[in-house]
Structure formats: structure tokens, C-alpha cells
Design a protein around this ligand. Structure first.
Ligand SMILES: [Zn+2]
Length: 163
């Protein structure tokens, strides 16, 4: 059995890019926040960085997977310039009013559980940084420590909460 890894799970909107209301529908509204140094610090401590985001706007048809893909390409490229790599980006494309219930929309822990299984992550050594209660609830349900920040609050301000 290979040794388990540890991870920082990150919500997207309001944590990695500016909160813009309900959904970020266009690449023009995708404004990456400067958490470069903070995430480099966490990566250097041995944490995988994994995004977990609800994207119910996909179910509503407010934007396409292609448009969202552009955002994620831009996000990865911006961080790569600072030596930071996102191991994976998990998203829930569902919305209960449009596609019915699912196991991945936060506060359900499905997105985190996918990452935990795929990358052999030890939840007890891992964290979920999010700007909504549902992020903390999803984290707790997956066995990781949830850290609630304000929307667009720099991650550098909560680094001392992470071992
Ligand atoms: Zn889902």
C-alpha cells in the first residue's frame, strides 16, 4: 500500500477567483485572485491542491463546459507561472431544480470523495478552504477539516490554521 498523501481542497469562486454573484458565466468575469505565494507555501509543505466547485450554472445552461474549461486553463496557467500546480479540478455540473439530486453538489461530499480515492489522500491530514458553510459541511462529511473564509479573503490570512 503506497503512503497516503495529503491535500488542500479549495473552493473556486470567492477563493481562487473573485466572487461575482451567483455564477461566473464568462471568461471576462473570471478574475484570478493573488493567492500565488500562499498556495506555493502549502504545496511546498507537501499538500496536493485540488479544486472542488459547484457549477450549477452548467445545468441551467448559463454557460458551457467549454467556457468553464477556458477559465480553468487560465487558472492553471496563471498559477504555473508561480510554480504552483493544481492536481485536479472537480466540479458538480448539476442543479437540483434542473437535473435532480446528485451526490457531488456541495454540501454533499462527493467531489472531495472522488479526489480522496483517486489520489490516495488521508482526509485526517487534509483541509477544505471555502467561503460558504456548505464547503465546511462537505469537508466535515468527507473527514477533512473545513476552513471558512470570507469571499475573496486572502488565503495567506489563514495559513497558520494549517499544520
Ligand atoms: Zn452533482
Amino acid at each position: 500500500m503506497p503512503e497516503k498523501t495529503k491535500a488542500i481542497f479549495l473552493d473556486r469562486d470567492g477563493v481562487l477567483n473573485k466572487e461575482m454573484g451567483d455564477y461566473v458565466c464568462s471568461i471576462d468575469d473570471f478574475h484570478i485572485l493573488d493567492n500565488f505565494k500562499a498556495l506555493k507555501t502549502l504545496q511546498d509543505k507537501g499538500y496536493l491542491l485540488i479544486v472542488a466547485t459547484n457549477q450549477g450554472g452548467l445545468a441551467k445552461g448559463w454557460y458551457t463546459k467549454a467556457e468553464m474549461g477556458k477559465m480553468h486553463t487560465q487558472l492553471k496557467a496563471a498559477y504555473k507561472e508561480h510554480g504552483v500546480e493544481f492536481t485536479d479540478i472537480y466540479y458538480c455540473p448539476h442543479h437540483p431544480d434542473y437535473t435532480g439530486p446528485c451526490d457531488c453538489r456541495k454540501p454533499k461530499p462527493g467531489l472531495l470523495l472522488q479526489g480522496i480515492e483517486k489520489y490516495n489522500i488521508d482526509p485526517a491530514q487534509s483541509y477544505f478552504i471555502g467561503d460558504r458553510d456548505r464547503d465546511v459541511i462537505a469537508g466535515t462529511a468527507a473527514g477533512v477539516k473545513g476552513i471558512l473564509i470570507k469571499s475573496d479573503q486572502p488565503i495567506s490570512t489563514i495559513l497558520d490554521l494549517i499544520a
